[in-house]
Ligand binder design. Structure first.
Ligand SMILES: [Zn+2]
Length: 217
């Protein structure tokens, strides 16, 4: 049995607590302005020497408990209340740190996976973030079927083909400040492919807003 099956089994049939209760005393923590990683006080992040595909990462926290459990429950057990709650928290963080003429662009999910998961997590997060922040959603991207990222190793993830994410016809995003919305930033490969598609469509800038950023050891 895979890890994912175990997680889904554990969640099957349980009644979810209220999101605030499940999150315990969780408080959002800022990471590195550019890459979203945990930063040491007053140290310059190592990403300074890297080529990033966005100008900023806005996040709620590091990918660790209780936030990580809450995100997994949202994705794999279709815990919509939780995703909406986290989306609202993210929306409050986004508001005030993005320029005018911004749009939220949810990272798209392949249709078959969406059917089996019963929930489009990035879509739910973006919708609630939009309601809280007042920034409109533009579903400018769509995704072809391919292997789910979560079932791959980190090295296989970096091979996500460039054409797996595509621009919708009539996306009308030229000149907009795009904020890509997703649940977790791990290798950044999905967000990189998505960001490049938006840049090809001549957006003015690309930022990233995620619930959590995986800690690099
Ligand atoms: Zn950094």
């Amino acid at each position: 049995m895979t890890l994912l099956d175990t997680i889904i089994d554990e969640w099957a049939g349980i009644t979810f607590p209220r999101p605030v209760v499940a999150l315990g005393g969780f408080k959002p923590t800022p990471g590195c302005y550019w890459c979203g990683a945990e930063t040491q006080a007053e140290a310059v992040c190592t990403c300074m020497r890297e080529r990033l595909h966005w100008s900023r990462v806005i996040r709620l926290g590091a990918y660790e408990e209780p936030l990580s459990d809450c995100i997994l429950g949202g994705k794999y057990a279709a815990w919509k209340d939780m995703l909406e709650h986290l989306g609202a928290l993210l929306g409050a963080k986004i508001r005030g740190c993005v320029p005018p003429n911004s749009i939220l662009v949810p990272v798209p999910m392949p249709p078959i996976r969406r059917y089996f998961r019963r929930i489009n997590h990035a879509g739910v997060i973006a919708k609630q973030a939009s309601l809280t922040s007042g920034i409109p959603i533009r579903r400018a991207l769509w995704r072809k079927e391919c292997m789910p990222q979560a079932s791959k190793s980190a090295s296989a993830r970096t091979l996500l083909p460039r054409n797996s994410i595509l621009l919708r016809p009539l996306a009308m995003i030229k000149g907009k400040n795009a904020i890509l919305v997703d649940d977790v930033l791990t290798t950044g490969r999905t967000l990189e492919v998505a960001a490049n598609k938006l840049k090809n469509a001549q957006v003015a800038s690309v930022r990233v807003a995620v619930l959590a950023v995986t800690k690099m050891s």
